[in-house]
Design a protein around this ligand. Structure first.
Ligand SMILES: C[S@@+](CC[C@H](N)C(=O)[O-])C[C@H]1O[C@@H](n2cnc3c(N)ncnc32)[C@H](O)[C@@H]1O
Length: 272
């Protein structure tokens, strides 16, 4: 798996064929995500996440899946906008499967930008996955229409605003597709170049053993902006040990780096 360098858009995949709206999407959605035998870093992920006939893991996902993730997105974007920081608000969902999570986060963020009267070019959302087919689906931005009770009225309002919703399908709109970028990336590798205010790893870590979780978290913290936040779901005991990452509060899935790194090369001079 090539180590994708953030910052460059990869060449468009060919051919880009949107999934027909009527095609069944993510039949695995009902399968439990909890791995019975956690994966280690040496496992052949090609056999696990690319061939979903193996019951060990799934690429299941859906639009507006976790309220707490979207509440956190809303708050972080709101804080960013009210702080008047320069630069873009940059988010990354690693292990995004077919992209619904990234589009959902982007819609939430766009809602906050609109509320604050700010321009969306200040927003960017990346989604990466190890599964090429899922990344192709994410890039197509076409999904089967969720049932009317799939999520609450606020989420439906955002979906109707930023996507075209017809009787059977959802087509993500141009603005969303301009903001959301999808790439193949194996999170066992170190990401390069780009840094993020918000990194999301949702329904993924549970598949890995504790050394695997710690390794992945090390890779994510390397590209977290100072003061940035991570949403880490599925951590098991010892998955954080020695990573320098701590929970923001007792119950949420939100994490920060314990002590912010000093710029490299600088050492604290002890007063005489
Ligand atoms: C259950 S899905 C979660 C999708 C989405 N984050 C959500 O919560 O709805 C897990 C995804 O993690 C991806 N994944 C697992 N290990 C990975 C790795 N090392 N690098 C990139 N993606 C990985 C799988 O391919 C799969 O699409």
């Amino acid at each position: 798996m090539a180590d994708f360098t953030f910052g460059k858009r990869p060449p468009s995949p060919a051919p880009q064929r949107p999934r027909p709206a009527s095609a069944p999407k993510n039949d695995t959605q009902q399968i439990s995500c909890r791995a019975t035998n956690p994966l280690s870093l040496d496992d052949d992920l090609g056999k696990v996440f690319l061939d979903e006939t193996q019951a060990k893991a799934t690429t299941a996902t859906r639009l507006f899946r976790n309220d707490d993730l979207f509440d956190a997105t809303k708050k972080l974007v709101g804080d960013f906008l009210s702080s008047n920081k320069s630069g873009k608000f940059s988010m990354w969902s690693t292990g995004c499967s077919s992209g619904e999570e990234v589009y959902s986060m982007a819609m939430i963020a766009l809602g906050e930008f609109a509320r604050a009267g700010k321009q969306h070019p200040l927003l960017e959302a990346f989604g990466t996955d190890i599964n090429r087919n899922r990344i192709m689906e994410a890039r197509s931005g076409v999904y089967r229409r969720p049932g009317k009770d799939a999520f609450n009225a606020n989420y439906w309002r955002l979906l109707n605003q930023y996507a075209e919703v017809d009787a059977s399908s959802v087509h993500m709109g141009d603005m969303l597709r301009g903001i959301c970028q999808f790439m193949l990336f194996d999170m066992r590798n170190k990401p390069k170049k780009h840094t993020f205010q918000f990194i999301v790893c949702n329904h993924v870590l549970q598949y890995y053993d504790a050394p695997g979780q710690r390794h992945i978290i090390g890779n994510l913290t390397a590209v977290l902006k100072p003061g940035g936040t991570m949403y880490l779901e599925g951590l098991t005991q010892h998955g954080l040990d020695g990573t320098g990452v701590r929970k923001i509060d007792g119950t949420s899935n939100l994490y920060r780096i314990e002590t912010e790194r000093r710029p490299s090369g600088l050492t604290k001079i002890r007063p005489r």
